[in-house]
Design a protein around this ligand. Structure first.
Ligand code: DQA
Length: 139
């Protein structure tokens, strides 16, 4: 089963960006771990550009997508529409507990069109989403 992990803006800086909120681990470190741990074909991509994230969603050939849209979570109707337009199930993830932070992070435009959302567990949020896809087997 192929799972695409898509990260949005500023998530390329994880490991050095606000470590008290997002932790010290980098995606390079954890991605190597996930690839050996999960019997899944995994790809990891990141973009700071909204339209590129729309393109990644539209062009995905995966069986499932794990998406951290970063700040676009709270603003992007285009990303929401792209999720609605594709047939691939998408799980929304966040490193931080967005509901415990500033009020502008409390609303997600994408949760209603995702299978579900995992947030607040750091990199474990991604692992939980991968476990879901693994447990579903062929979707
Ligand atoms: C984030 C939460 C967003 O509010 C924020 O803009 C991010 C990261 C998270 O993973 O906790 O860039 O998506």
């Amino acid at each position: 089963m192929q799972i695409d992990i898509i990260n949005g803006p500023n998530l390329n800086l994880i490991g050095q960006r606000e470590p008290s909120i997002y932790g010290n681990l980098t995606f390079d470190e954890v991605f190597a771990q996930w690839k050996s741990e999960f019997k899944l074909q995994l790809s990891l991509s990141q973009s700071n550009i909204e339209g590129e994230i729309v393109g990644l969603l539209q062009n995905s050939k995966a069986d499932g997508i794990v998406l951290n849209a970063g700040a676009y979570t709270h603003t992007s109707i285009a990303i929401r529409d792209a999720i609605s337009a594709i047939k691939i199930p998408v799980i929304e993830v966040h490193l931080s507990n967005v509901t415990a932070r500033e009020s502008f992070r409390h609303e997600s435009f994408i949760t209603p069109v995702c299978v579900g959302c995992v947030f607040g567990f750091g990199m474990e949020s991604y692992r939980m989403a991968l476990h879901y896809f693994l447990s579903k087997g062929s979707i």
